[in-house]
Design a protein around this ligand. Structure first.
Ligand code: C2E
Ligand code: CA
Ligand code: CA
Length: 753
């Protein structure tokens, strides 16, 4: 179980690890994907802006070229006004001579108020530079205060037909009109900006972004390190030279740090004709943010899936735990009464016996006559009775005490009460409750109990000794039935006697102290037709021990099967020898104890012993007592039938003392009823005894059974029994149990008469 438990969570952790791995891979892929996505977008953006800028500038250059030639020829500025109208992205046109003076401007301007481009420090450099260049040159972006807009001066040198430079055609390109229109719309996000940078001096020509841009951007050149950093990043990524970047016409993308030190991803292209860098850059934070949006989604999914998995595994694990708890409960509790069982007792009693544990008492319950209920009404009734019994026990016991079903009809109660008076009062109270009649179905039962009590640590210090002490006390209580006994040292004597006898009995078998005596059985004519084999123990230490004493000890100690085997063997062997020697045939009755009879291999042993007896016509009768039928009748009946099929007889011993109902008697495959000696004893003086004997004989005859009276001691008894119709007789009146030799004398004596 624990293995499954562990495995379940191992599987869960493996799945969790796989999940984390998967999350890692997917996130990494997404990260790259987002970055590439932004790189691609920026490349497209740079391509678009680059192309648009280039064609815009190209068209403006053409206009300047044509315009320059036109004003030089016509010396008339009106053409400038016309074109201004056609060209909304241009703020103004003007023609400046090589000395920097405006010669022609749009008519709305006053030429005289315009600065000399060569003398104005802001324009001087780019003006002079223009004169050296063939293609159009961009001036520094400036703020046109009059219109509140930003403009870019564009200038192109004008040459006459001979190729002499005549001046510069200049125009103000409105940033709004020329670039913003397309760049603002193309911006990828608020973190993206597109910048046009003049290669020559790193001045920003134009910057677009959806957020507000500070004007200073146009007033100072970008730091050289910044552009170098971009170059370096490209050089490193594409393995190209800086010149390649300018000449290839390709768009490059890489990561670097911007002027403020922020990490950016950028795309860059160079326009060689206008010496412009077209740069798109975006804050890495934006990329990270977008990735994070996805990543949180993944995390959410991951957590969700694993929470569901966890719940699932938890359910399985809980079910498993419950199953285990159930198993433990099943193992430590009785399935019938649900009380803790013997296993529970063995497991937890040590807690009660801990070093500083308080003293406690053990009450040992044994139901009286429970087996009768089981036998007469079936096990189902017995079960119901036990359930009801334990219910009452639970009801009447104090809350802190523990009731345990020790097995069968034996129960234990552990209680912290140790005061003798209190203890006995408690036991009496319980006794009263459990002695009340039990109503099961339509029947009423009265079932008493015997209670033995032992105290820890006063009477015993170990589990076994405590149980034994309580058992001894219970054994004492049993003698009187339905009573309570507190353990006393004196009780142990009887117990020790039993233990000692048991010990000696074991040895007796080996020492050959046991033998068999045979008591003759007579027919109506006074002729011996059989003998009853009776065990004898001549102990070296104890003297002659009567079977009434050692047979119960053998039964209680588990020695009975062995002892029974011995008697069976010995009897058959001796009687075979005897009958062969005297050439006489008579029946041999052998007492079979319940313990012996209920042994699983009893029939096998019996068959084997009988087969060994070569005397086939040796008539053998097994004497069993009524109390045998307290045992399982469904097991017994077939067994008895088989024994009879083997040609053996069966006699019911001690008849009249037990509880067998006539119903059972009718079903039993028996041959003989043996009227108990107690009835014969009082037969002459007691009318009830006579009635009883009369009844037994009538019943027996009805069932076609032979009737044997045992314990016949007087002539009067014999005569009465003959009169009542008894068939067979056994008793001191004819002979006591005899040794082999004495039996021989007896038989020879009989022969002579
Ligand atoms: P049981 O089977 O009822 O045996 C009859 C007992 O009555 C025998 O006592 C016998 O000696 C005694 N008895 C017979 N006639 C008279 C009589 O006229 N007057 C008196 N006072 N007693 C008479 P025993 O041999 O002491 O056996 C006692 C019991 O021990 C037996 O009762 C039987 O239950 C048991 N037992 C004896 N031998 C064996 C045995 O080999 N196997 C088993 N399982 N039990 C045995
Ligand atoms: Ca007998
Ligand atoms: Ca008897």
């Amino acid at each position: 179980m624990a293995l499954i438990q562990k495995n379940i969570w191992t599987i869960f952790y493996i799945l969790l690890l796989c999940g984390i791995g998967f999350l890692g891979i997917v996130s990494y892929a997404k990260w790259n994907n987002v970055r590439e996505h932004y790189a691609d977008d920026q490349i497209n953006l740079v391509k678009l802006v680059g192309n648009a800028t280039h064609s815009l500038l190209l068209s403006q250059e053409m206009i300047l070229d044509v315009l320059g030639k036109q004003v030089l020829r016509d010396k008339d500025p009106r053409i400038l006004d016309e074109l201004l109208l056609l060209n909304p992205s241009v703020v103004a046109f003007g023609f400046v001579d090589v000395d920097g003076n405006y010669r022609y401007v749009n008519t709305k301007f006053d030429k005289a108020k315009l600065p000399n481009l060569r003398q104005n420090p802001l324009t001087k450099e780019s003006f002079e530079y223009t004169l050296t260049q063939k293609s159009m040159v961009l001036g520094r972006t400036y703020y046109i205060a009059a219109s509140g807009r930003w403009g870019i001066p564009i200038r192109k040198s004008v040459v006459d037909d001979s190729g002499k430079i005549m001046g510069v055609m200049t125009a103000g390109l409105s940033v709004e009109g020329a670039f913003k229109i397309y760049t603002d719309r193309l911006s990828l996000s608020e973190y993206n900006k597109v910048t046009l940078i003049r290669e020559r001096d790193r001045f920003v020509q134009f910057q677009s972004a959806s957020r507000e841009i500070s004007k200073e951007i146009y007033e100072n050149p970008l730091p050289e390190v910044f552009l170098n950093a971009l170059m370096d990043a490209i050089v490193q990524r594409y393995a190209v030279s800086k010149d390649d970047i300018k000449t290839s016409g390709r768009i490059y993308t890489a990561s670097a740090r911007d002027v403020t030190g922020e990490k950016i991803q950028f795309a860059l292209k160079y326009d060689p004709r206008y010496a412009l860098w077209i740069l798109s850059d975006i804050d890495e934070t934006q990329i990270t943010r977008e990735f994070m949006n996805h990543f949180f989604g993944y995390i959410l999914l991951f957590v969700g899936v694993h929470v569901v998995l966890f719940i699932l595994f938890k359910i399985i694990s809980d079910a498993e735990n419950k199953r285990r708890a159930d198993l433990v409960f099943q193992a430590t509790h009785d399935s019938l009464t649900h009380l803790p069982n013997r296993a529970y007792f063995q497991q937890y009693i040590h807690d009660w016996m801990g070093e500083n544990a308080p003293p406690f008492s053990l009450l040992y319950f044994d139901l009286d006559h429970f087996k009768n209920v089981n036998d007469s009404f079936g096990h189902h009734f017995g079960d119901l009775l036990l359930i009801e019994f334990s219910r009452r026990l639970l009801e009447v016991k104090t809350p802190e005490s523990i009731a345990i079903r020790q097995g069968g009809d034996e129960f234990l109660l552990l209680s912290y009460v140790t005061d003798d008076h209190e203890l006995l009062a408690q036991a009496e109270k319980i006794m009263q409750e459990i002695s009340k009649p039990y109503r099961i179905k339509q029947f009423n039962f009265v079932v008493g109990a015997s209670i033995g009590i032992a105290k820890y640590p006063e009477h015993a210090q170990s589990v076994d000794m405590l149980l034994r002490a309580a058992d001894i006390a219970m054994y004492e209580a049993k003698k009187y039935k339905n009573s309570v006994r507190l353990f006393a040292a004196s009780m142990q004597e009887g117990y020790l006697n039993r233990v000692m006898m048991e010990h000696m009995l074991r040895q007796a078998l080996e020492k050959g102290e046991l033998y068999v005596a045979y008591q003759p059985q007579m027919d109506r004519n006074g002729i011996m037709y059989g003998v009853e084999a009776l065990a004898r123990w001549q102990s070296a230490e104890l003297g002659l021990v009567p079977p009434d004493q050692f047979i119960p000890v053998a039964e209680a100690s588990g020695l009975m099967p062995k002892l029974g085997d011995f008697i069976l063997k010995k009897t058959l062997e001796e009687m075979q020898r005897f009958q062969e020697a005297l050439d006489i045939r008579f029946q041999v009755s052998i007492n079979i104890s319940i313990k012996q009879f209920m042994e699983a291999n009893f029939l096998k042993k019996l068959t084997r012993e009988i087969q060994k007896t070569k005397l086939d016509n040796l008539a053998i009768c097994l004497e069993i007592t009524e109390s045998l039928f307290i045992e399982d009748i469904d097991y017994l009946l077939p067994l008895l039938k088989k024994i009879r099929e083997m040609g053996l007889y069966i006699s019911m011993d001690d008849f009249g003392t037990g509880y067998s109902s006539l119903n059972i008697l009718r079903k039993l495959p028996i041959d003989e009823l043996k009227i108990d000696k107690s009835f014969i004893d009082t037969l002459i003086e007691d009318v009830t005894a006579e009635k009883m004997v009369q009844n037994i004989i009538t019943i027996g005859k009805n069932l076609e059974l032979a009737i044997l009276a045992e314990g016949v001691e007087t002539k009067a008894q014999e005569e009465k029994l003959l009169h009542l119709g008894c068939d067979r007789f056994q008793g001191y009146f004819y002979a006591k149990p005899l040794t082999y030799d004495a039996l021989q004398t007896f038989v020879e004596e009989q022969k002579r008469h």
